[in-house]
Design a protein around this ligand. Structure first.
Ligand code: HEM
Length: 418
């Protein structure tokens, strides 16, 4: 299987046509993988997440990011902090950050958007915002080393598990070391701080489980790396793809513009957005959802089967890896008529059938960042259309898939102030 096409629409479509619409077997990194397809496949995996499937990291990911994952898991057997990251990313906890998101989006568009390549620019925005909101370190991205190292680390995620000098994985392991060292320093500084801060890092440093145990530094660093990667890569891919479709489809841009200007007119000139304003952005949110249907920012999820199971006539032995992908249901015309068509209205009313629309996955491992994503994308889109009309420099820029899907040349744009 070609690595940079893992999870891509073409690959899943071809294999489903060749083998079966329900499931197919393949191999990757020397691992045997069963790919379960469609809404039924999604449902089966999401419902059996803990009973049949365990978390599994790609070998390259584990080497680069979590060298001590097994040790920290073993050392903290009762300290099940997994749900902590879900609590800190709930809408109620995030509400107070809407004005922060708005103010940074204003500043970013004001200062950075002259001649623009959307992808690197949205990466910078998403990473600054995450560092600011999660650990009150909006200045982190200014240290070139951290940003560069995070980028090297992420590129290693889908790389071949060959750690020799000059390989992508080797650079990722080096990048991972720098990122871990920097984050560890920040965690330790925070532990030593006299006063309790308000941000997510401060809350993690003092949180205990039911047995009164604190999270180890290493666990906190692992959680933060996950958050930063999600924020920088999948989120910037989504924002870039939203910009791509808005620039491509003037009638969609127009309706988003109308909705956002209604909201802008209801605010004072310097008044920042609040959660109530975001609740009014219904059409814009449907546009974002349609972007995620057509170009899912995540390839899906891989787990390891912890017991033999049978699905759609296949018997899958214990130890096999199992993959679900959003494409297999997002592009199915039974669930989404005319699946190639960009149509935000398909999300109106009761919306898609359960398990058919799964950009964030489902079940116990559903993306904990999804509420954060919604707020950030809506706030950014509000500021973008309020300020600019968009024109693509490359009319038919191809999409490529590396860690997340993105326009091949980073989506260069001409922006025209209103
Ligand atoms: C458009 C943006 C994003 C999309 C589409 C997305 C999608 C996903 C998907 C599909 C999963 C895997 C679920 C599974 O394994 O079944 C996941 C996991 C995860 N995401 Fe996101 N994500 C996005 C952004 C974010 C952001 C911004 C954060 C952090 C703030 C984040 C944090 C995480 C974490 C920590 C996990 C691991 C959850 C676990 O294994 O329990 N994601 N995400």
């Amino acid at each position: 299987m070609e690595l940079d096409r893992l999870g891509s629409e073409k690959l899943v479509k071809e294999r489903m046509q060749k083998y079966s619409r329900d499931a197919f077997k393949t191999s990757l990194f020397g691992e045997k993988i069963a790919v379960l397809c469609g809404a039924q496949g999604n449902k089966f995996i999401f419902k059996n997440q803990n009973e049949l499937f365990a978390r599994w990291s790609l070998p390259s990911l584990a080497k680069a990011i979590y060298p001590d994952l097994e040790r920290t898991r073993c050392q903290e057997p009762k300290a099940s902090f997994d749900n902590f990251q879900y609590d800190i990313l709930k809408p109620d906890a995030l509400k107070k950050y809407v004005p922060v998101m708005d103010s940074l989006a204003r500043e970013h568009l004001e200062t950075e958007w002259r001649v623009v390549e959307a992808l690197p620019s949205t990466k910078k925005y998403a990473l600054s915002l995450a560092c600011m909101i999660f650990m009150n370190r909006g200045d982190l991205d200014h240290s070139g080393d951290f940003l560069k190292s995070l980028s090297l680390l992420t590129k290693g995620i889908l790389s071949l598990p060959v750690n020799l000098p000059g390989t992508t994985l080797n650079r990722a392991v080096g990048g991972g070391r720098v990122v871990r060292r920097e984050l560890l320093r920040i965690v330790q500084e925070r532990r030593a701080a006299e006063s309790e801060g308000e941000d997510l890092l401060s809350k993690m440093v003092v949180a205990t489980n039911q047995d009164g145990e604190y999270m180890s530094d290493s666990t906190i660093v692992n959680v933060f790396i996950g958050l930063l990667i999600g924020a920088e890569y999948e989120l910037s891919s989504l924002i870039t793809n939203v910009i791509y479709y808005l620039a491509e489809l003037p009638h969609i841009y127009h309706q988003v513009f109308e909705e956002q200007m209604e909201i802008a007119k209801s605010k004072g000139p310097n008044e920042l957005l609040a959660m109530e304003d975001l609740e009014k952005m219904k059409y814009t949110w449907n546009v974002v959802r349609e972007c995620m249907r057509l170009t899912p920012p995540s390839i899906g999820g891989i787990s390891e089967s912890i017991a033999e199971f049978t699905y759609a006539g296949f018997t899958i032995p214990k130890g096999w890896k199992v993959l679900w992908t959003p494409h297999s249901s997002h592009m199915n015309s039974n669930y989404f008529p005319e699946p190639e068509k960009f149509d935000p209205l398909r999300f109106e009313g009761s919306g898609p059938e359960p398990y058919t629309y799964v950009p964030f996955g489902g079940g116990p491992r559903m993306c904990p960042g999804r509420n954060y994503v919604r707020l950030v994308v809506l706030v950014f889109t509000h500021n973008l259309v309020k300020r600019f009309r968009l024109e693509k420099v490359i009319p038919n820029e191809k999409m490529v898939f590396s860690v997340s899907p993105a326009p091949a040349s980073g989506l260069p744009l001409r922006v025209h102030p209103h």
